[in-house]
Design a protein around this ligand. Structure first.
Ligand code: FAQ
Length: 314
């Protein structure tokens, strides 16, 4: 007899390209894998608001301030969809935040670098959102239904983010020599960490084999990184930016760019908590999370009051 609650039935549903929904049978390791990845993704979106938030009050025009505000609010919204999607797997928001605060849960390496000047806002939008979108377009087809649907909505907003960043860079490259130098400096600092966002090479990626088997990942770390490289280098050249890598070469046969060695030692150091801003980012999150406790308590008290009233009317 066909057993709906078996790992083999689960794998055959995955192989057929079906979505797995919250109430469907899933192996415990699939559930845990998703909680880890989705919560890390949610934490990245929320922690990622910090480097840009730093520039809201210093945006050079009302237009750029409005755009930046809207973008940062979007990132907060992405975090909320993703926390909600992770909660469908039977874990609470409180537990997810505790794991972030204790250092058990990670967030993207990229948000441990500082945004030093306005050109960095351009580089973040263009390169960081550009890298995020390549990864997230692929995740739209991930096997877990709530994650996949969250990604569809998020991708629509990310493409606007990428364009606002590119617009800032393009404008600066048409500006004065000083503005051009600022844009190039931002490119030099953000290029390599953006490439690291895709994670270690496939040969050093312990999570990939399960992720590919369960179709959580539809493309591997290296495949997605290559897509980003191929799409971004021509964009840099178009506006006169130099990619900070002397080994870049277009392979005429494959149509793909080859690049130099990524500094994985730097990646490991930053992910382990020793990047330029790790402590600052977590301290900031803890401070405002604790200051907001009264809002959560008030919302809970309001909910309980209404539940009690409803019970009395039954
Ligand atoms: N940073 O075996 P793998 C955004 C860890 S959203 C830190 O390859 P996996 C929007 C990994 O967790 C950016 N750690 O792992 C925005 C694992 O450690 P663990 C976030 C990393 O999961 C823009 C270990 O290394 N996007 O930016 C990183 O199969 C602007 C071994 O790695 C997502 O999270 C890293 N970059 O592949 C917001 C997308 N890479 O957990 C604001 C969803 C790897 O075993 C402003 N996530 N590690 O202790 C994914 O697609 C995957 O999780 C990967 C990593 C591809 C990130």
């Amino acid at each position: 007899m066909h057993n709906e609650h078996s790992d083999s039935n689960f794998q055959s549903r995955i192989d057929k390209g079906e979505h797995i929904e919250a109430r469907d049978y899933m192996p415990e390791n699939y559930r845990k894998h998703l909680i880890r990845q989705m919560s890390q993704h949610a934490h990245s979106e929320v922690i990622g608001m910090q480097p840009e938030g730093n520039w809201i009050t210093r945006a050079p025009s009302l237009r750029s301030k409005q755009i930046l505000l809207a973008k940062i609010q979007d990132e907060g919204g992405h975090g909320l969809y993703l926390y909600s999607a992770a909660e469908t797997l039977g874990i609470s928001r409180q537990e997810l935040i505790q794991s972030l605060h204790s250092g058990k849960a990670k967030y993207s390496n990229i948000f441990n670098y500082p945004a030093l000047n306005w050109a960095d806002i351009g580089a973040i939008g263009w390169l960081v959102d550009g890298a995020a979108i390549v990864n997230q377009v692929s995740l739209q087809r991930t096997s877990y239904g709530p994650y996949s649907r969250a990604m569809v909505r998020i991708c629509k907003e990310e493409s606007f983010h990428q364009r606002q960043g590119y617009e800032i860079m393009a404008k600066m490259m048409k500006g004065t020599k000083d503005q051009q130098a600022m844009a190039q400096d931002a490119m030099n600092r953000w290029w390599w960490p953006s490439l690291m966002m895709f994670g270690p090479h496939d040969t050093d990626s312990p999570r990939s084999s399960d992720a590919v088997k369960w179709r959580i990942k539809r493309e591997t770390n290296d495949e997605l990184r290559q897509k980003f490289i191929d799409k971004t280098i021509p964009q840099a050249e178009l506006i006169g930016l130099k990619v900070p890598d002397d080994k870049i070469k277009l392979d005429e046969k494959t149509g793909h760019y080859k690049i130099g060695e990524i500094n994985w030692e730097e990646f490991q150091r930053v992910v382990a908590g020793h990047g330029p801003c790790n402590k600052q980012r977590l301290d900031h999150h803890k401070l405002y999370f604790n200051q907001g406790a009264w809002v959560r308590e008030a919302a809970e008290a309001y909910k309980q009051k209404h539940l009690k009233q409803e019970m009395q009317t039954i």
